[in-house]
Write a protein that binds this ligand. Structure first.
Ligand code: A3P
Length: 304
C-alpha cells in the first residue's frame, strides 16, 4: 500500500520534482490542483480529528502526540504504521500506484486522525459543517523557513529549493508549496475564534512539552493518568521519534526522501535560523515580517 511496498515498481526510477499549480492563488502541487474538486468535496466525520499546520511547524510531532493520547499511551498501537499511512494527508497526491491522501482516508473508518497543510480558506467545508476538532501547530517563520529549505533539499516530492539566498526570497514572497506562511498562521488564528480550533505553538511545545500535551488532552476530552501522560511524553521526544522508523519517514525510499542530504528529524530546536540568516537577511525579514503581521495580536518567539 505504501511507498516501501511499491518501491520495486520504481526500480531505477529517477523521481522528477513536481510542478506547482494554483488553487485560488495558493501554490500547490500540480497533482493536488488536478484533483482539487474531489479534495474540496471530502466528507469529514464529526469524530475526525484534524492536525493542521504550515509545513515544518511540527505537524508530525503533534500527530504522534494526538495518536498517543487517542491510543491512551499504547506505544505499540502507535507503531502500527508509518505516520503517512495511519494519518491520511488530505491533499497529498503521490505518483501512482501510491494511494492519495483521499483514498487512504476514504478506506479508513472514522474517527480518523487526518493531516493537512492547507491554508484555512482551502479547508474542505465539511470539517466546519461537522464541527470537527482541529489542532493547529504554528512555528516562528524564521525556523520554519530554515526547516522547509532543508526539507525541500531532501524531499524530491517538493520543488527544488535553489540556494539559500534564492529560497529566502521565495519563502518571504509566499512562492513555495502551500503559499505564504503569513497568510497561513493569520488565517488559522482567526478561525480559532469561530470553530473548534486549538492553536498551539511549536516554541511552547519545546519549552513545556508536558503542559502542551495536557492542553491537547483536554481539548480532545480525554482523561489520562499522570503515568500515561508520561508515556505520551517519552514516546514523542525528539530522540524517541528520531529513532522510531514509523515516525521519522525513513520508510520512504531514498529516491524520494534522501535523509543523507538532510534527515527528516533534523535538529528539532528553536533558533536554528541564527545559523542561516545573514545580518542583511535578518533586516529584510524583520521589515517584511512587521509589514505582513500588522494588525494581528498573534505573536511568535524566535528564541527561548
Ligand atoms: P527541524 O527541521 O527544524 O529539525 P513537520 O512535521 O511539520 O514537517 O515538522 C518537522 C520539524 O519538526 C523538523 O524541524 C523536525 O525536526 C521537528 N520535530 C519533529 N518531531 C519533533 C519532536 N519530537 N521534538 C521537536 N521537534 C520535532
Amino acid at each position: 500500500m505504501a511507498f516501501e511496498q511499491n518501491a520495486q515498481h520504481f526500480g531505477g526510477y529517477v523521481m522528477q520534482r513536481p510542478r506547482l499549480g494554483y488553487v485560488s492563488g495558493v501554490p500547490l502541487d500540480q497533482k493536488t490542483c488536478d484533483t482539487w474538486d474531489q479534495i474540496w468535496k471530502f466528507q469529514a466525520h464529526p469524530e475526525d480529528i484534524l492536525v493542521a499546520a504550515y509545513p515544518k511547524a511540527g505537524t508530525t510531532w503533534m500527530q504522534e502526540i494526538v495518536d498517543m493520547i487517542c491510543q491512551e499511551g499504547n506505544a505499540e498501537i502507535c507503531r502500527r504504521a508509518p505516520t503517512y499511512d495511519k494519518h491520511p494527508f488530505l491533499e497529498a497526491v503521490a505518483p501512482k500506484p501510491v494511494p492519495s491522501g483521499l483514498q487512504l482516508a476514504e478506506n479508513m473508518k472514522p474517527p480518523r486522525i487526518l493531516k493537512t497543510h492547507l491554508p484555512v480558506q482551502l479547508l474542505p467545508p465539511s470539517f466546519w459543517e461537522q464541527d470537527c476538532k482541529v489542532i493547529y501547530v504554528a512555528r516562528n517563520a524564521k525556523d520554519c523557513m530554515v526547516s522547509y529549505y532543508h526539507f525541500q533539499r531532501m524531499n524530491k516530492g517538493l520543488p527544488d529549493p535553489g540556494d539559500w539566498g534564492t529560497y529566502f526570497s521565495r519563502f518571504l514572497a509566499g512562492d513555495v508549496t502551500w503559499g505564504s506562511w503569513f497568510d497561513h498562521v493569520r488565517g488559522w488564528w482567526e478561525a480559532k475564534d469561530h470553530h473548534q480550533v486549538l492553536y498551539i505553538f511549536y516554541e511552547d511545545m519545546m519549552e513545556n512539552t508536558r503542559q502542551e500535551i495536557e492542553k491537547v488532552m483536554r481539548f480532545l476530552e480525554k482523561e489520562l493518568s499522570e503515568e500515561v501522560l508520561e508515556d505520551v511524553y517519552q514516546h514523542t521526544t525528539f530522540q524517541a521519534m528520531r529513532e522510531n522508523p514509523m515516525a521519522n519517514y525513513s520508510t520512504i525510499p531514498s529516491f524520494v526522501m534522501d535523509h543523507s542530504v538532510s534527515p527528516f528529524m533534523r535538529k528539532g530546536i528553536v533558533g536554528d535560523w541564527r545559523n542561516h540568516f545573514t545580518v542583511a537577511q535578518d533586516e529584510i525579514f524583520e521589515k517584511e515580517y512587521w509589514r505582513k503581521m500588522e494588525g494581528t495580536d498573534l505573536s511568535f518567539r524566535t528564541q527561548l
